[in-house]
Design a protein around this ligand. Sequence first.
Ligand code: C2E
Ligand code: MG
Ligand code: MG
Ligand code: MG
Length: 284
Amino acid sequence: RAKRHPDRSYEFYAAEQGQDMRRRIRQEQALHDAIDAGLFIPHFQPQVSLADGSLVGLEALARCLDGNPTPLSPAEFIPLAEETGLIVPLGQLILERVLTCIGEWTRAGLRVPPVAVNFSARQFRQGDFESGLRETLSRSGVDPSTLVVELTESSLLQDFSKAEKTMRSLAELGVRFAIDDFGTGFSSLSYLARLPFHTLKIDRSFISAIEQDVRQRAITEALILMSRGLDLRVVAEGVETEDQARRLMGMGCHSAQGFFYARPMPAEEVEDWLRNGSQKRVSA
Ligand code: C2E
Ligand code: MG
Ligand code: MG
Ligand code: MG
């Protein structure tokens, strides 16, 4: 068959590729328009003290606003935004909305714990990242020490000394830094000692394995010990069961984030958390 129609499968392939390409351009355009129209908002996921259930932090996660025509879940629009560079305006939109929420909660007399915002490597490496963040913060009137900048290991790969300079300068302003998805990237442990991180987030892949896999458990335990030695706060990501929470507490982990405590929720639902924290307690 290939001999009789030498070009046929190629044509078919090219047509399919063209279709993929057009679909992608449409998706990118839709994402671009949705960002321009402000159709993304932060939801917030609580970070809870394992010992007493108190709220120790919140993480902001981007979500489509109802009526957003991009029918995409974060698992789809975040990678698309990363690949197209649209993560920069999307990240800025989310940051500004997070700061607005913090301002509103504060004015309502609520005590607001540190709120983490995810920054992609692309955002962090922008030449005007530091000045832009300073300006956004000062325009918002929010205390910079309420903001936690979540970075992944990939943000630190390219230009370490520039990353260090940016982080130190913002840390002086009060901004805190968390290293996200720790253990999944190309980590060099030495940077942890050299950069002003405040929090280490152990990736969900370790947490979901601690019940069955002794080796993953050993790594988790070592990460917790190392963090304590480096005076880093530890957050276990993706805690889904009470058993995981109990084990983590037994290993000396301070805090956890995951569906066991709460799913990411819209800003209106956060107020109750700010007042009451979690009723869930575990004992080791
Ligand atoms: P991440 O920063 O590591 O966020 C944690 C992800 O795990 C979130 O997924 C959250 O909903 C999910 N998660 C939390 N607890 C559990 C659990 O117990 N079980 C399971 N299975 N999942 C849990 P989400 O919201 O889909 O976000 C995925 C990733 O997209 C984030 O990973 C982050 O890297 C990125 N992202 C989200 N919002 C933003 C943003 O505003 N800016 C940037 N640059 N990236 C963002
Ligand atoms: Mg994160
Ligand atoms: Mg993470
Ligand atoms: Mg992630």
